[in-house]
Design a protein around this ligand. Structure first.
Ligand SMILES: Nc1ncnc2c1ncn2[C@@H]1O[C@H](COP(=O)(O)OP(=O)(O)OP(=O)(O)O)[C@@H](O)[C@H]1O
Ligand SMILES: [Mg+2]
Length: 340
């Protein structure tokens, strides 16, 4: 037993009450195992609580020991069977973040939710990245103004993140642009594997910087360009699936909002309605809890958002606009309602 294990073992608290703060606090995790786990991307108790035993095995530990570590980590993070009334109470921990447009917020049932993945998809220029930038600013607002008083992590796969846009948006909201820019951590992802690696290792950055908004913009662009041809499809979907799972686990562990963007593909066989669909098929569709389809109006800054899928909200549409100030209310007549 290592010194740290002894320390936590000699704690006056009973095992049920014990609070683990760093990996070495967990029974059975000595300095060597802790080092290996960190190298594998598990820097926090929260990320271990949502890991699978198989994921921990490369650290050179047995399945039994891995299960033990996970079980202890879970004590900190309450992730077990719960009654529906308790679930309701947990859901009350869910916070919401404003998009900057009342119409869009209303469409989303009061803003974007923590602990879930929200997906914005649409063609180029439809406003996906603009919304992401706006959310990075809004998340820093106090709760009373629809923010979470927290920081943002932006995984940028297309090199479209621009600090200048944050500055304009921050100025419009009367925030200090320098401060706002300091609270947005940007990670450039060069390939799909690099993108996966960044998320696998994001837990420490998230915890240390009070990140409550995790953005992957775009989720699918690298996958789409690297995995071409039918024979690569299965592998692509498998990797995407794992990536989305990592994202949802981070969102749950840190009570954060996860946002992904996605491009669309033409549907050659559709003659009526929208002849496009988002990339990534069922894997992305099933892991995104809330999906919003964005499209450009025929002119100017107006964009139309359609809530396509939500676990509990009706489908509907809303109109907003993109200006130099960011995401704003549009003066256009709204046409919210169920979609036929
Ligand atoms: N400073 C600005 N002032 C006004 N409108 C802006 C400004 N910056 C960007 N826009 C608008 O936002 C659009 C770009 O939107 P955005 O980058 O969010 O598209 P996207 O959906 O992410 O597209 P892609 O699929 O190419 O990533 C521009 O075409 C423009 O209409
Ligand atoms: Mg974009």
């Amino acid at each position: 037993m290592s010194a740290t294990e002894e320390q936590s073992g000699s704690s006056t608290k009973s095992e049920g009450e014990k609070e683990y703060r760093v990996l070495e606090d967990l029974p059975g995790v000595g300095p060597a195992t802790s080092q290996k786990l960190k190298e594998m991307g598990f820097h926090t108790i929260e990320s271990l609580a949502t890991a699978t035993a198989r994921e921990l095995e490369p650290a050179g530990i047995s399945e039994k020991k891995a299960l033990d570590i996970i079980r202890h980590a879970r004590k900190n993070v309450s992730l077990s069977f719960i009654r529906a009334d308790e679930l309701l109470r947990q859901r009350q921990n869910i916070s919401r973040l404003t998009t900057g447009s009342k119409v869009l917020d209303e469409l989303l049932g009061g803003g974007l939710e923590t602990q879930t993945i929200s997906e914005f998809y649409g063609e180029y220029g439809s406003g996906k990245s603009q919304i992401c930038h706006q959310l990075c600013v809004n998340v820093q607002l106090p709760y009373a103004q629809g923010g979470l008083n927290a920081a943002a992590l932006y995984v940028d796969t297309e090199n479209t993140f621009r600090t200048e846009r944050l500055v304009s948006m921050a100025q419009h909201l009367g925030l200090d642009p320098e401060q706002v820019a300091r609270n947005v951590i940007v990670a450039d992802a060069f390939t799909s594997d690099h993108q996966i690696f960044l998320l696998e290792n994001a837990d420490k950055v998230i915890k240390e910087n009070n990140v409550r908004l995790i953005i992957v913009d775009s989720l699918t662009s690298h996958f789409r360009s690297e995995y071409v041809g039918r024979e690569t499809l299965a592998l692509r979907q498998q990797k995407l699936n794992k990536h989305m799972h990592k994202l949802i686990r981070l969102a749950r562990a840190f009570n954060s909002i996860a946002v992904v963007t996605n491009q669309v593909m033409a549907k050659p066989d559709v003659f009526f309605g929208d002849a496009v669909h988002p990339i990534g098929g069922h894997v992305v569709g099933h892991s995104s809890h809330t999906r919003v389809y964005l499209r450009k109006a025929s002119r100017g800054p107006i964009r139309i958002a359609r809530l396509v899928s939500s676990p509990y909200l009706p489908d509907g549409e809303g109109v907003f606009k993109i200006t130099n100030n960011g995401i704003e209310e549009s003066d256009e007549p709204q046409k919210r309602g169920r979609i036929k």
